[in-house]
Design a binder for this molecule. Structure first.
Ligand code: ADP
Ligand code: MG
Length: 623
């Protein structure tokens, strides 16, 4: 827009180039969204001021509700209330069966390797469930930040494999988000504490959440975090602490094990409240409803609590010991210990972890929020808001990537802990005379035999010119992008035949499922597009208003007569009204009108500008 350039000679054209970006922590129990605002990473709360969004989706006949309301439905409508979708995402049905009988959902048996859960609003995959959570967080971010997000950074556990990462990314895309990249959760926590700016060294990230425990040993090496080892227990978290407290209460109050489901659920809630209260108080009063209608009153002090939970904490310490051993470092070598996850609020946990590592642990940043805050910091950098921040934080591949070779052996092409993005090539040859095709089997894992690794993809390279065995040279290039996702290309070198292959996501969505998901995303696309148009029109409109007002303030008096000034003011007024009315088409129209009305003024300003610039100079100086 010419007007603006004239109005502010020598200044950057656009005053508000800050691009909106957010970090999302998609948790098993709770999810959060954060963004950098005025240079500071902040959690974006909901309209009731709550930072957390329970990662629970309740499906009804008319759609889905997410968060606190959905969580309330877990007891009354368990089959339609999906919690902990993160445990299922990107995992084939076979894996999920091995998760145990614990899952209350109705899985739909079908050929697809993606599990689908039957609900009243249709069958849903864990990807779609997660997409619902993303949608709510994305909306929250847009509303709070006042515009479209240019992109997001999403955190995933360090041990997530290719399929789980791909599936998480797909869920975000399904929610209409542009994913700048995925970031390992422990890395995000380290970034939130600014450890990436400190000296190189080893750090431990201790993450005890609602249902899972993860310990990660990271090494910062020239600005890059390497995952030296990960460990933990995918079935140990705050819920288990609730369980031992509930059992203690049942014991004290004489409640039998066979109490009804609702009563037991209430008891679990009471137990959790008591546990959380004991993080601040030395003792907590209990008032428990008994099955017969009476109540039991008692109290639980911290000492008793500690003795009840110590066995659970000991398990986490054993896992820390193993993780250090796997990483090949001693506890003394660990420079910082970062505490992550709501359950690390328990003073006893902090105390035991600190004893084990023999140093104070980092707890200044809210352990619920630290991962999302780190993701927000990265998102801000990736959105381009920090042009001088040249080093982008890098991650490494969590597991080795390789190919199956003769005899079911694995040939590792990219070893684990390789800094990403990375591309590595390996050459292969044919096994038989005249062989024109080759089967390639891509696997992920640390074991030597294919059967013990996870199968990522199989593809065939065809069109190899017939040659004697061993004459063809086929180069297979593995590349892993910044999200840890794999792409492959194969090329026959001796004859220059090129064949490229795309590895299908290993969780193997069927074409139908993909079509279905795309259709769903189109439905939202229209809405999103409308919204984007309005936002863009408003930004543009406000820019015109600002520029014109500042020009008028500078030289309006001098360059315009009363009638001209009235004309311009009227056009400006109409534009501001259109902006207030949130009407994209009207804003565009009025902005153009302003430009037209101001043409003579712009020209006049340009002329005086030149005259001023030349005043006192010889014309030849400007040649
Ligand atoms: P996740 O990463 O699995 O989504 P969170 O990090 O949000 O989980 O942790 C949730 C757990 O933290 C719950 O078990 C909750 O009871 C526990 N928690 C939250 N606040 C406290 C507290 N003040 N004291 C003890 N535990 C807490
Ligand atoms: Mg978490």
């Amino acid at each position: 827009m010419a007007l603006l350039q004239i109005a502010e000679p020598g200044h950057a054209a656009a005053p508000h180039e800050h691009r909106l970006a957010a970090g999302i922590d998609l948790g098993t129990t709770n999810s959060l969204v954060a963004a950098v605002r005025s240079g500071q990473a902040e959690i974006l709360p909901d309209d009731q001021g709550r930072a957390l969004l329970p990662s629970v989706v309740h499906y009804t006949a008319d759609g889905a509700e997410v968060g606190y309301d959905a969580r309330e439905q877990a007891t009354d409508d368990p089959l339609n209330t999906i919690a902990s979708a993160k445990r299922l995402i990107g995992r084939p049905v076979a894996d999920i069966k091995s998760l145990g009988e614990g899952l209350p959902y109705e899985f739909v048996r079908q050929d697809s390797s993606v599990p689908r859960i039957h609900t009243v609003s249709g069958d849903v995959s864990p990807i779609e469930v997660s997409a619902e959570i993303f949608k709510v967080l994305a909306r929250r971010a847009k509303d709070t930040l006042g515009g479209e997000l240019s992109g997001v950074v999403i955190t995933v556990p360090a041990y997530f494999d290719d399929a789980q990462r791909q599936a998480t990314k797909d869920a975000a895309r399904l929610a209409g988000l542009h994913v700048f990249r995925l970031l390992n959760e422990p890395t995000a926590a380290a970034v939130a504490y600014g450890l990436d700016r400190g000296a190189d060294g080893v750090h431990a990230i201790f993450d005890l959440g609602g249902g899972t425990f993860d310990i990660s040993i990271l090494r910062l090496n020239k600005g890059v975090f390497e995952v030296m080892s990960t460990g933990g227990d995918s079935a140990l978290g705050g819920d288990d602490f609730d369980q031992v407290i509930a059992e203690w209460i049942m014991d004290q109050a004489g409640i039998a094990d066979d109490a009804n489901h609702k009563a037991l659920r209430q008891l679990m809630l009471d137990a959790r409240n008591a546990k959380e209260a004991l993080s601040d108080a030395e003792s907590v009063a209990l008032d428990i409803a008994l099955p017969g209608g009476d109540r039991w009153q008692g109290s639980l002090d911290r000492e008793t609590f500690n003795s009840l939970v110590d066995p659970l904490i000991r398990k986490t310490i054993s896992a820390c010991r193993r993780a250090l051993r796997d990483a090949g470092v001693d506890a003394e070598e660990v420079k910082e210990v970062v505490m992550v996850g709501g359950s690390t609020r328990m003073p006893r946990v902090r105390e035991k972890v600190s004893d084990f590592f023999r140093r104070p642990v980092l707890v200044d940043i809210d352990p619920d929020q630290v991962v999302a805050l780190g993701a927000a910091i990265q998102a801000d950098v990736l959105a381009g808001n920090k042009p001088d921040e040249e080093i982008l934080l890098l991650d490494v591949t969590p597991l080795s990537l390789g190919l199956e070779t003769m005899g079911g052996l694995v040939e590792k092409v990219i070893p684990r802990n390789t800094t990403i993005p990375v591309a590595r090539a390996q050459e292969f040859t044919t096994f038989k005379d005249g062989q024109t095709a080759m089967a390639v089997h891509v696997v992920q894992g640390e074991r030597e035999m294919v059967d013990h690794c996870r199968s990522l993809a199989r593809f065939e390279l065809r069109g190899i010119p017939p040659m004697v065995a061993g004459a063809a040279r086929i180069r297979v290039t593995f590349s892993v992008d910044a999200d840890g996702l794999l792409n492959m290309e194969a090329e026959e070198l001796s004859q220059g035949v090129k064949a490229s292959v795309t590895v299908k996501p290993s969780y193997g969505l069927s074409d139908e499922e993909i079509t279905g998901m795309l259709q769903a995303s189109f439905e939202y696309a229209e809405e999103d597009l409308e919204e984007r148009k309005l936002v863009e029109a408003r930004v543009e409109g406000l820019r015109v208003v600002e520029a014109l007002q500042s020009a008028l303030a500078k030289d309006g008096e001098e360059l315009l007569n009363t009638r001209e000034r009235e004309q311009i003011d009227a056009a400006l007024q109409q534009l501001m009204q259109a902006i207030d009315a949130q009407d994209a088409a009207a804003i565009d129209r009025q902005a153009k009108h302003v430009e037209k009305v101001c043409e003579f003024y712009v020209e006049r300003r340009m002329n005086t500008g030149i005259q001023e610039a030349m005043a006192g100079h010889n014309i030849n100086e400007f040649e």
